[in-house]
Design a protein. Structure first.
Length: 203
């Protein structure tokens, strides 16, 4: 009888200790969860409202206009020369000279157009790479300053328009399905970026 009582007492004690440990683990997990700070950033919105991105985009558009203006100028020269050539006698030396010049100018135009395209593609690539690196660096700075443990990129929620492949891609890359406004630090990142850019410009 005593042995049975001892066994029951030991089992009760074991269950009590186990329950205490489980409660302690739950409390620790809850405390860790409460201290864990998560932020959400809408990268598309950051790019859209970053003043440096806007200024650089305008500069690139001006360069693109410059290239296009030069291309149009070369095209007009070819058109004018071709019209002049059509008025010359067939087989004449002056017509033959103009035809050679037309061929040379056409090759120059094609070469210049390819050069302009390569230059613009490189500039746009470098531009977006640099801006993206600046954005990521600023997100890290804000995260450290504000004590965030994790910052997640928010994807565009709209699925309207586009091909089925585009819709599938948007659905596939989306990771944030819901978040409260309290964890959205997009405006903080935008303000920090624009403040740094204003300082960089000496404003």
């Amino acid at each position: 009888m005593k042995l049975t009582f001892v066994k029951v007492s030991v089992m009760c004690l074991a269950f009590t200790l186990l329950a205490s440990l489980m409660c302690a683990n739950i409390n620790i997990a809850n405390a860790e969860a409460e201290d864990f700070k998560i932020g959400i950033v809408d990268i598309s919105s950051v790019f859209e409202k970053y003043k440096k991105r806007i200024d650089l985009d305008q500069e690139l558009k001006e360069q693109e206009k410059g290239f296009q203006s030069e291309i149009n100028k070369k095209k007009k020269e070819i058109i004018d020369l071709d019209e002049e050539t059509q008025l010359l006698d067939l087989g004449s030396e002056s017509r033959s000279s103009n035809e050679n010049l037309l061929e040379r100018k056409s090759v120059e135009l094609e070469g210049y157009a390819k050069f302009a395209e390569r230059q613009l593609l490189k500039k746009y690539k470098d531009f977006f790479e640099n801006i993206y690196q600046e954005v990521i660096k600023k997100v890290e700075e804000v995260g450290i300053q504000e004590g965030f443990d994790l910052i997640i990129k928010k994807e565009e929620s709209s699925l309207k328009g586009g091909e089925i492949s585009d819709l599938q891609f948007k659905i596939g890359i989306r990771t944030v399905l819901y978040h409260s406004d309290s964890v959205d630090i997009t405006l903080d990142v935008i303000d920090a970026l624009n403040a740094s850019y204003s300082k960089e410009k000496g404003e």
